[in-house]
Design a protein around this ligand. Sequence first.
Ligand code: UDP
Length: 260
Amino acid sequence: MPLIIKDEYPEKLFRKDGKRLDGREINELRPIKMDVGVIKNADGSAYLEWGNNKIIAAVYGPREVHPHHLAKPDRGILRVFYRMATFSVFDRKRPAPGRREKEISMIIADCIEPLLFLELYPGTSFEVFIEVMDADGGTRCASTTVAALALADAGVPMKSLVSAVAVGKIDGKIIVDLSGIEDKAGDADLPIAITWYNEEISLLQFDGNMDLEEMNKFLDLAYEALKNIHQIQLDTLKSKYVKLQEETSNPNHKNDNKGE
Ligand code: UDP
């Protein structure tokens, strides 16, 4: 992978053959790989590789609220902690959570809260810890997607999953799933999330310029990409249960687990 020095972005973000620098078509997602149940000590967890992004989410709850004064007598609370590791970006990131991390934690919580039945869990909390280990553009969308998967893995009752992706504009062309370079050097960036139980937009941020016609194209492109991301989330969850079923139906599985 060529080394990109800070602030030295390529002038052109499309190759001569019309493809993007990483060889993708304008509507093509980066490769996505997901897994669940990756953290033994959490109630639920998930791992996501999305292009060069590597992100883990771990969920605890429902459990006692700390500090106690945050507890609500009539409902549970959701707390989300998005953090980027110091080694996750080209520059050393300061270890203390900054304003950006607090903002992203808040928007992820806003995307997830409508999915939960918090009114059924008075006085308790659900906590979602998200660690970005490698970052390359679109981490808020990837983190929202993997956080939902970790909650489902924890068996938390949910109305549906939520999926997120960023669409953007470069040289007048609308593209889906911006990489880090495209995010920084492009003309517009629009992270968007959909909650699937009602197909409503639960995140829409916007940085750049676009007209109404372009906005409609952005939304169409995002919707197609989000359907694919949602399918990968569902397949990942299903594969966990298929694996469990195979293990329990295999008469030797107890012996297999004894490490003998
Ligand atoms: N980034 C970075 N240093 C930082 C914050 C972000 O290098 O302190 C990079 C990282 O690759 C991130 C990208 O810039 O994915 C875009 O950041 P943005 O704030 O737009 O959020 P994201 O696209 O990750 O949701």
